[in-house]
Ligand binder design. Structure first.
Ligand SMILES: *[C@@H]1O[C@H](CO)[C@@H](O)[C@H](O)[C@H]1NC(C)=O
Ligand SMILES: *[C@@H]1O[C@H](CO)[C@@H](O)[C@H](O)[C@H]1NC(C)=O
Ligand SMILES: *[C@@H]1O[C@H](CO)[C@@H](O)[C@H](O)[C@H]1NC(C)=O
Ligand SMILES: *[C@@H]1O[C@H](CO)[C@@H](O)[C@H](O)[C@H]1NC(C)=O
Ligand SMILES: *[C@@H]1O[C@H](CO)[C@@H](O)[C@H](O)[C@H]1NC(C)=O
Ligand SMILES: *[C@@H]1O[C@H](CO)[C@@H](O)[C@H](O)[C@H]1NC(C)=O
Length: 338
């Protein structure tokens, strides 16, 4: 009983001396070598070694100022901390299982020699792989709007964050850091944005954000094909738009409905076809296809005419290209029989 009380007094002395930072005094025993800092990954086990040059009678381990072990007696309530037994008598090492971030810090091994304490300090450094914890959700925005993307990551040491854009061939570096601002986004800037977080502890973490950019329709092509009387004829209009365009067909201002007057409208993705199953004279004329989505609309006109007129009707009369339209009209007038 007396010896235990005595030991506690000694321990308290250790603590006071350690905290006051008193220099270690020369005595009977000493540490065989200074301890190196210990670096472990979160979740791994850490062994903190304390090796003395001779057997010492009084020895303790502290986590900051808390006693973990005093001799063979465990003071810590943490089941992850154990004293390593199968070691030489001059070694007094501990193991911490499943190390976590809060275990990081200074640990002290104290020995009492000649009634004077000596201590050896080791820093436990806990590494955590980089991990992305929050990233902007996939989004749909209108052309011209400003976009801010965020990518938050954790890890020890602090991970670096890189934004890239995925392109057909490889990736394009955009910026370093958690945030990326895109002002007045264009339709060409739609696509996949990649956030990579790394701190060299493990393979980098990568996540993506898909940005869809809405834009009004633009007509890619508008043309009429074969319009021989008694045969099938068709007009075709193709538009690029996000969201995909809805098509309507007009002839001289009047809406054409599918199924009426031998005409049928077939829509397939970006294309719309106005089909005449049995072309007759009355079908010849100037048609307009109108492509519409939430962002706006555009139109293009084309002529359905007999085979006695111009054969190559690929020169569509796009309202956006009035010079092309004029050229085409001129060609049409020249070629047309008077
Ligand atoms: C151990 O880590 C501490 C705190 O990070 C640092 O101040 C000290 O220089 C390190 N010692 C060695 C030997 O690496
Ligand atoms: C060390 O001390 C810190 C702070 O008190 C505590 O959170 C942590 O669990 C302790 N670790 C061990 C292994 O005792
Ligand atoms: C992620 O970030 C967004 C925006 O900053 C925030 O609203 C959300 O709560 C965060 N989610 C998590 C899981 O942290
Ligand atoms: C096409 O229309 C003409 C005149 O309206 C008619 O005589 C002919 O039989 C029709 N052809 C077909 C394949 O329906
Ligand atoms: C066809 O109609 C459109 C729209 O009404 C008009 O702009 C265009 O000039 C017309 N084309 C021809 C060749 O008459
Ligand atoms: C075609 O586009 C022109 C110019 O934007 C517009 O004035 C016209 O009303 C449109 N025609 C139709 C049928 O929508």
């Amino acid at each position: 009983m007396y010896s235990q009380v005595c030991f506690l007094v000694f321990l308290w002395m250790f603590v006071l001396v350690i905290l006051s930072g008193a220099p270690a005094q020369s005595g009977d025993s000493s540490f065989s070598k200074p301890m190196d800092n210990v670096t472990v990954r979160q979740g791994d086990n850490a062994v903190l070694k304390c090796i003395t040059d001779t057997k010492v009678s009084r020895v303790a381990w502290l986590n900051r100022t808390t006693i973990l072990f005093a001799g063979q007696e465990k003071w810590s309530l943490d089941p992850r901390v154990v004293l390593l037994n199968d070691t030489p008598v001059t070694e007094y090492s501990i193991r911490i299982r499943n190390v976590d971030v809060h275990d990081e810090g200074p640990y002290v091994c104290s020995i009492l020699t000649n009634r004077k304490p000596k201590s050896s300090r080791v820093h436990l450094i806990v590494q955590v792989p980089a991990r992305i914890v929050n990233i902007s959700k996939d989004m749909t925005v209108n052309e011209g709007s400003n976009v801010k993307l965020v990518c938050l990551a954790t890890g020890r040491p602090e991970p670096s964050i890189t934004w890239r854009r995925r392109l057909m061939r490889g990736n394009k570096f955009l910026s370093e850091g958690e945030y990326i601002d895109i002002t007045a986004i264009t339709k060409e800037q739609s696509g996949i944005y990649e956030c990579t977080s790394s701190n060299d502890i493990s393979t980098p973490d990568m996540r993506t954000v898909h940005i869809t950019v809405n834009y009004p329709p633009s007509i890619l092509s508008a043309r009429a094909t074969g319009a021989t009387r008694g045969q099938q004829g068709a007009l075709q209009c193709e538009a690029s738009a996000i969201p995909g365009a809805e098509f309507q067909w007009y002839r001289e201002g009047r809406r054409i409905l599918s199924g009426l007057n031998g005409a049928k409208i077939e829509n397939m993705g970006k294309k719309s076809r106005l089909v005449f199953f049995n072309v007759s004279e009355e079908h010849y004329g100037n048609y307009t296809c109108v492509a519409t989505n939430v962002m706006g609309n555009t139109n293009a006109s084309m002529i359905l005419h007999g085979p006695d007129a111009v054969h190559d009707v690929s020169g569509a009369c796009l309202t956006k290209h009035s010079s092309l339209c004029l050229l085409w009209t001129a060609a049409f007038l020249l070629a047309a029989p008077f």
